[in-house]
Design a protein around this ligand. Structure first.
Ligand SMILES: Cc1cc2nc3c(=O)[nH]c(=O)nc-3n(C[C@H](O)[C@H](O)[C@H](O)COP(=O)(O)O)c2cc1C
Length: 327
């Protein structure tokens, strides 16, 4: 079992994460796989409370579960199992054999195919309603809600995004942190490469420009984003366990979207900046705590560029000897 758990933890490295910080580490002991937040990789100025770090770890947790399902196992999962060790986010244990289904194999394939796509979605290629229902079901199966913003509310999301960008640009510490994670160098295994960030374009809802200005090297493509749908992943509560669940839902929704021929990008600046988050929350039916906004559209024919990853085995270790505390 330990080999299967090791592999699932390695596969989970494909998960999306805030600024591609990959803020997770895994520990295998006996037939148990523990997920920890890697506090050396958190972003104290962009992500003050650790919400986005925990959502990223939730996405990695879901990726590990998908890998296990494709390998023929269904585990039990305890979330935030030890109050005394808040960095221990989840424990995967008691894996029972359960044959992989065609759906679980397809979801696992989507882990390889999914990439953040910040290009424009042209009008005239609407996302089918049946696909949107599947995305909502994917979020619900993880204990979260996916709320699609109706056309009139997209205007308010635009206000929130513009406001968040202005406030973010005036926060010198957050801007410096962003700069560090967007200028990692050509050989970097983490962070945001300028080639994955779309150049300037007129959009009803501006996506994060990462402070790169003219350095953003991805041609945005044609269109005006009129073909984009905006969906808010929301939870009833707003505690770390809700952030973790939201991350699992983000992964489930995004992998489903990929399998359905959609592509897109998250928007988290509207979640980080408190005033923008209040505005986004006002667009949700109560009780709704917004955790992440997802922008999806029908995938253009050519692939968006992939972002780098750390070597898959780097965040995975065997447990130290009994009695040693690693949290
Ligand atoms: C919690 C979270 C917040 C994110 N916020 C943004 C964002 O505001 N803007 C954006 O373009 N991408 C955002 N992303 C996408 C990441 O930048 C992306 O996952 C990472 O760079 C790795 O690239 P990949 O998704 O192509 O593997 C976010 C992802 C997560 C999980």
């Amino acid at each position: 079992m330990s080999t299967v758990l090791h592999q699932a933890a390695r596969d989970a490295g494909l998960a999306p994460s805030i600024l591609n910080s990959q803020p997770w580490r895994w520990q295998v002991h006996d037939d148990v796989l523990d997920l920890y937040a890697d506090l050396d990789r958190r972003l104290p100025d962009v992500d003050r409370h650790g919400r986005l770090m925990t959502i990223s770890c939730g996405a990695a947790l879901h990726h590990a579960r998908v890998a296990l399902a494709a390998a023929g196992y269904e585990p039990a999962v305890d979330r935030l199992p030890d109050r005394g060790r808040p960095a221990l986010l989840a424990r995967i244990h008691d894996c029972r054999a359960r044959p992989a289904t065609p759906e679980s194999l397809a979801t696992c394939r989507s882990m390889q195919l999914r990439h953040t796509d910040r290009r424009l979605f042209a009008a005239g290629m609407p996302v089918p309603g049946e696909v949107l229902s599947r995305l909502r079901a994917a979020a619900a199966s993880e204990g979260a809600r996916l709320h699609q913003l109706p056309h009139q509310d997209v205007v308010y999301l635009g206000y929130a995004a513009r406001g968040a960008q202005t406030v973010g640009a005036h926060d010198a510490r957050a801007a410096a942190e962003l700069h560090r994670w967007t200028h990692r160098g050509a050989d970097a295994r983490d962070g945001i490469p300028p080639g994955t960030v779309a150049g300037p374009a007129a959009r009803p809802v501006p996506v994060r420009d990462f402070g790169l200005g003219g350095e953003a090297a991805l041609p945005p493509g044609d269109g005006d984003d009129a073909g984009a749908v905006y969906m808010v992943v929301a939870t009833a509560g707003d505690e770390p366990v809700d952030w973790l669940v939201a991350g699992e839902a983000v992964s489930a929704v995004w992998l489903t979207a990929t399998a359905q021929g959609l592509t897109g990008s998250p928007m988290s600046d509207v979640i980080e900046i408190p005033g923008a988050r209040v505005l986004v929350r006002s667009l949700l039916p109560p009780p709704g705590q917004p955790q992440l906004v997802l922008r999806f559209g029908v995938a253009p024919p050519n692939e968006p560029p992939a972002s780098p990853r750390r070597p898959a085995a780097e965040p995975v270790t065997e447990a130290p000897d009994a009695g040693e505390d690693v949290s």
